[in-house]
Ligand binder design. Structure first.
Ligand code: NAP
Length: 492
């Protein structure tokens, strides 16, 4: 089974030991980064360990901090082995000079590239293997996510014969750390806490264990993920992984930071990729990469969900129906059905407004789009053959249903509202696309005025649940998914 190793980047012996002792038993190995320590009692570190340790004394030339004489550096590694360290990590060009180690200590023979992913990965790994390592380690840097699959497949090819660690550093390489067990890695590294990464792209052990369940992944595990750029703040991995866990499914959901969706798909599809969420800026470009596109996605010109089945890619859109469902729930609760007899004012003309307008088209008696930049409202309204106006004109309207599809009121500018409170009336329905915070100023004031409200949280959870159901064919655990969003927003 692939081990989980937490890299410890402490300054002295006491903090190194207390950091190690704070780790849960599910962390199999602790990496002691000697080169980052300012003071060190190696005997105490080795005698005080509460689990196997790997000792690293990385020189500056391989991305570490050790600047002293090479002989001294290697002598410390030999000493660590004599004192009971379980592994030492030594660079391939230094392994000859290190020589045999005393005791039971195993040698991790490594090569690091902090600049990029070299073309000759196989040649570098062969050079490492030729030294007869106990574990071969290759850590390169992914400049693009398409560089990750070759690293993983190289590891997969060799893992049956020799324990191998092959990983891609950097945010683009996160998938290599999460999916390590799927490709037979000897171990995968994690950080102890955010901000305490020993190498670029490390994920905290709490996320590796809790969110990604890395210890449960295996060669056949189905892979899902979100294709985005940036991807760091996406809540989708937390939501979908919680859903997979709740249904005890052998599946994992990965954040993919993608610049070119085409090369990304080509690289990951052969590795059990079954479904994707797609977000900014790839929703439009994804359309052309599909074997088939459902009517809604084709109509609106945006794919936010990809289903991969039997080698075929199907592009879908769950944004539109998820928003309409949330709006219709408020309309129903306000006793305003049928929507076909009602006037809807939609504020905004960006991506969210476009999805909502598309979904409401033909459903309401009147649909009026208002936007700060009137030209954008005009363009969207013309496309859908509905009405439009500027923000200064909307106060004269008396809509039954008011929909905010602007980012006004979103964190951190939570004191703002897209409409004056005087516009909000009893008996109307008000929907806010904003979900952070869940209870926006608009929704607060609407409730105070006696309106029935629906929040962006409903839209968010509806679209995620619809994606889950398209991918898996199973009912989504909605309460679990909603709870994840609520928890993350309250901790934000
Ligand atoms: P977008 O494409 O950037 O559009 C932003 C819209 O907000 C534009 O209409 C813009 O008007 C307007 N706007 C921005 N600042 C404004 C201000 N100070 N005063 C008046 N109007 C302003 O963004 P988007 O993707 O449509 O997202 C809009 C909101 O919907 C965001 O808060 C997003 O988080 C939320 N959303 C929620 C969900 C969900 O699942 N709940 C899904 C998608 C989006 P101009 O055209 O004049 O710039």
């Amino acid at each position: 089974m692939t081990k989980l190793c937490v890299s410890l980047v402490e300054k002295d012996t006491d903090s190194m030991l207390s950091a190690m002792h704070s780790l849960p038993p599910e962390v199999d190995v602790a990496e002691v980064r000697l080169d980052l320590m300012e003071s060190l009692d190696l005997a105490r570190v080795c005698s005080g360990k509460d689990r196997p340790i790997t000792v690293t004394n990385r020189p500056v030339r391989q991305g570490g901090s050790y600047e002293g004489p090479e002989g001294r550096r290697l002598a410390v590694l030999r000493q660590a082995a004599a004192l009971g360290a379980d592994y030492v990590d030594v660079e391939v060009e230094a392994v000859g000079e290190l020589g045999e180690l005393p005791g039971q200590c195993a040698r991790i023979v490594s090569h690091h590239d902090f600049q990029g992913t070299p073309a000759d990965l196989e040649g570098i790994l062969r050079r490492i293997l030729a030294t007869g390592p106990d574990v071969a380690k290759l850590a390169v840097t992914a400049r693009d996510i398409a560089e990750v699959p070759p690293v993983l497949t190289l590891m997969e090819r060799h893992a049956a014969r020799t324990p191998v660690i092959a990983l891609s550093m950097g945010e683009e390489g996160a998938a290599s750390r999460i999916l390590a067990a799927k490709f037979g890695a000897f171990l995968t590294y994690a950080s102890r806490a955010q901000g305490g990464e020993a190498a670029p792209g490390q994920i905290t052990y709490e996320e590796m264990l809790g969110m990604y369940r890395v210890r449960e992944l295996k060669p056949g595990t189905a892979v899902y993920g979100v294709v985005a750029n940036p991807v760091a703040h996406s809540m989708s991995p937390a939501i979908h992984n919680a859903a997979f866990e709740a249904l005890a499914m052998d599946a994992v959901y990965v954040p993919f930071k993608v610049s070119d969706p085409g090369t990304f798909l080509a690289g990951f599809e052969p590795h059990d990729l079954r479904g994707l969420s797609v977000t900014i800026p790839h929703k439009e470009a994804m359309l052309d990469l599909m074997d088939e596109v459902d009517d809604l996605a084709a109509g609106i010109g945006a794919v936010n969900t990809v289903v991969i089945d039997g080698g075929r890619r199907r592009g879908c859109n769950t944004d539109v129906s998820a928003a309409v469902t949330a709006i219709e729930s408020a309309v129903r609760r306000a006793g305003l059905e049928p929507l076909a007899s009602r006037t809807v004012l939609l504020i905004g003309a960006g991506g969210a407004a476009r999805a909502i307008a598309y979904g409401l088209m033909g459903k309401a008696r009147r649909l009026i789009i208002a936007n700060r930049t009137v030209r954008r409202a005009e363009r969207l309204a013309a496309e859908l053959d509905v009405e439009f106006c500027g923000l200064d004109e909307m106060e004269a309207l008396s809509p039954d249903v008011l929909v905010n599809a602007t980012s006004v009121g979103m964190w951190p500018r939570v004191d703002e509202s897209p409409v004056p409170a005087g516009m909000l009336r009893e008996g109307t329905a008000v929907f806010d696309s904003v979900y952070n915070p869940i209870r926006t100023r608009l929704l607060r004031e609407a409730e105070e005025a006696g309106a029935v409200v629906a929040s962006g949280l409903e839209w968010f959870v509806n679209q995620a649940a619809a994606q889950f159901e398209l991918w898996t064919g199973r009912a989504a655990p909605r309460e679990v998914m909603e709870e994840v969003v609520r928890r993350r927003l309250s901790n934000a």
